[in-house]
Design a protein around this ligand. Sequence first.
Ligand SMILES: [Mn+2]
Length: 358
Amino acid sequence: MLQLKQVKELELKHLRESQLVNGVQAFIIKDKFNCTYVTGYTGEFFTAVITNGNNYLVVNSLYEEQVRQETFGYIPVVFSNDAYETVAQILEKEQIRHIAGEFSSEEEAVAKFRVISARPENNFLTQKRIVKNEYELECIRKANKISCDAFNHCLHMIKPGITELEIAAEIEYYMKKNGSYKTSFETIVVSGVRSALPHGTPSEKKIEYGDPVTLDFGATYRSYCADITRTVFVGKPSDEMIKIYNTVLESQRRTVEFVKSGLTGIQIDAFARDIIAKAGFGQNFVHGLGHGVGLQVHEAPRLNSKGDTAVPENAVVTVEPGIYIGNVGGVRIEDSVIVKKDGVEVLTASADKSLIIL
Ligand SMILES: [Mn+2]
């Protein structure tokens, strides 16, 4: 596995070779996740200034030491009142007159940073981040492994009388005990009719006999996110819920087999949606099929009706069809996968997705 220092050096080299050309002398990073991607810094209140010589992180004084600990050779510069003024002074000292980077408009950046030209490049790093390097893939594999282990661990406690909150707490405790830095997002545990809420949050509701229980959560490992959803049943589900479960499972399984690099998000989403529509539940699949996952739990590419670009090799995406019926319940099944030339590597395979009745 590549070491973090090598990875950051490669990303820095790539950024310089693609952006510090045609007279551009510095690249400005304002997005938190793009900054972590290039520099390793995970704090807040920053502006990164990448030049061909020195690299700077302009930060609030709370974060000065964090720059030294998390980055490889970035110079921390503490701003007092106005971070942009501090950036302007650095650019002046380095005699930088032409910049590119993350800012809303050329006019605004030229005025703020006192330079001659400023080209907005707000999508460069977010697009680059779609294709994961080996270091990132290892981190995402590990985060998903912790998440699958947490699912398998919590099954024994899902029974009538326990609350959704208690299940969520057990999942989160287990993940942290096993190396997760924090959760990728607010853990979802919804049961009974509440399982028809695609993004419901866990409540004091107690699990009852016959309930579907949807668990959607993820660990993070070294800033990289996992994302998994399973729906299980406590006691025998109704025939209607079994039909819904089998429909979602068929759509999910066949779509995971269908995915490979070169297909667009639109094509993949339509493939999954068609299976659900043919079973008569088209109106009940109320969200996109999936999304990219990396430093952010929701990032490019989108697997939905707007995802018109081809998904490249080594993108990490989710496949998560669902059916939701008000006052009855819902089912969602989600795997995270690495997209390859001829198919995918499923990262959440160790969590069983066949119908589980507890
Ligand atoms: Mn997801």
